[in-house]
Write a protein that binds this ligand. Structure first.
Ligand SMILES: Cc1cc2nc3c(=O)[nH]c(=O)nc-3n(C[C@H](O)[C@H](O)[C@H](O)COP(=O)(O)OP(=O)(O)OC[C@H]3O[C@@H](n4cnc5c(N)ncnc54)[C@H](O)[C@@H]3O)c2cc1C
Length: 390
């Protein structure tokens, strides 16, 4: 029976980053990533929009994303001169209606205290900076002057994975199907090929499948898939200014950002409108009914557009509070969680991987204190709500 010092379930950005930071911090034990889909096509990471922002309401989320920003800015130092994740530092522009302004302004104060570089824009200041905005129903907006934008998710994940593999991290191309625990420890892992492994530490980095993996050890983790649609639209009359837009979120939550000569857009549905099925079929009626009208109201140039592509991604959704669950299980002491990022895990994957590596190696967080994000709040049913979910 093979034994690994660290086994990581899931080789997306979070699992790959965990392996990478273990090696970066000098962990010399054996490390394996168990990944059921080595094409990485169905995971959350490859289907993400790649947004990176400091516009959160939870201080820890700002810290987690700042870690990602620092990495992206220093990418060539970290991974070598050829490394590139196509970071577009165009900012986020999050708009609010009159009733949404108190929350936007309160979040802005939290963000400034956390070292973010953003401003509140109202009325003519907003229109002067972004001429393509209609401003209908908009009382104000928060704009990231620096440190926000988007990057290529697949490239970031691949940098972590390839660097880890070059440092003898093993990829095991099977599904984890069963867990055995005794004496408050995960004692063995069973794979879809029937093989059984043992490990000293097990990291759950299974994305939308994290709740299922936890249940294999009889642990309730409120993380599961939520279906989301991303639409790619062509807007032939878009001006240069619109092509240089930030990632923009209108007051109803519909968002868009430039993607080459096109634009990506979408929206997260209200709880009652969540798609019931979890297949990979795109709902084009949802675009016509719920996305396009709001887009065209806020950006009149989007009145004439064509959907040229669309895809489905499954959010790794934490139903308790839409925030990551990070850290060691309080009772099963060799089982670690890095789950439930609920739409902001691409930018937080590097910091989450680093944090789990610190816990495994030192037993404590050294870079960012993430104690509040631990599994304990799930046990106590005490949500730590993030207000800025996109
Ligand atoms: C449409 C969309 C847009 C998004 N936009 C953004 C954004 O703008 N900014 C942002 O920061 N985040 C965004 N996200 C969220 C972000 O993509 C995720 O939070 C992040 O990628 C999670 O990474 P992960 O490594 O945990 O999960 P994944 O990338 O899903 O990796 C988990 C891996 O675990 C594997 N796995 C699962 N179960 C098992 C098992 N039992 N055995 C073996 N392997 C298993 C899966 O095959 C998968 O490869 C978006 C997500 C979606 C869907």
């Amino acid at each position: 029976m093979d034994h690994f010092d660290v086994a990581i379930v899931g080789g997306g950005v979070v699992g790959s980053a965990t392996a990478y930071y273990l090696r970066k911090h000098g962990f010399s034990g054996s490390v394996a990533i168990i990944e059921k889909d080595t094409t990485y096509q169905f995971g959350c990471t490859g289907r993400s929009l790649g947004g990176l922002r400091q516009q959160f309401s939870t201080p820890e989320n700002i810290e987690l994303s700042k870690f990602g920003l620092k990495l992206v800015r220093g990418l060539k130092t970290e991974f070598g001169a050829e490394a590139d994740v196509s970071f577009h530092e165009n900012g986020y522009l999050i708009m609010a209606s009159e009733s949404g302004m108190p929350v936007l302004e309160e979040n802005h104060r939290v963000q400034m205290a956390g070292g973010a570089d953003n401003i509140i824009l109202k009325g003519s200041d907003l229109m002067a900076r972004f001429s393509w905005v209609s401003g209908e129903g908009v009382a104000g907006a928060c704009f990231g002057l620096s440190g926000e934008g988007w990057l290529d998710p697949y490239s970031l994940m691949t940098l972590f994975r390839k660097t880890a593999v070059a440092q003898s991290v093993k990829i095991i191309p099977h599904e984890l199907t069963a867990l055995a625990a005794d004496n408050e420890r995960i004692s063995s892992i069973t794979l879809s090929n029937g093989e059984t492994l043992t490990c000293a530490h097990l990291v759950n980095a299974a994305g939308a499948g994290a709740g299922h993996v936890a249940r294999l050890a009889n642990i309730a983790l409120p993380v599961g898939p939520r279906k989301r649609y991303v639409y790619c639209i062509d807007c032939p009359q878009a001006t240069e200014a619109l092509h240089n837009a930030p990632l923009t979120v209108e007051p109803g939550g519909v968002f868009f950002r430039p993607e080459g000569r096109n634009f990506l857009c979408g929206n997260s549905p209200e709880e009652d409108d969540e798609p019931a099925d979890l297949n990979w079929d795109v709902d084009y009626a949802w675009f016509e009914e719920s996305i396009w009208p709001s887009l065209a109201t806020q950006v009149p140039q989007f009145e004439t557009i064509k959907v040229i592509n669309a895809w489905v991604g499954h959010y790794d959704y934490n139903a308790l509070d839409q925030n990551a669950i990070l850290g060691r299980h309080p009772e099963i002491r060799n089982f670690y969680f890095a789950n439930g990022f609920s739409g902001h895990g691409l930018q937080q994957g590097p910091a989450a991987g680093n944090a789990i590596a610190e816990l495994i190696m030192h037993g404590v967080y050294r870079t960012i204190d993430l104690t509040r994000m631990g599994y304990e709040r799930v046990m106590r049913n005490e949500p730590l709500f993030e207000k800025n979910i996109i």
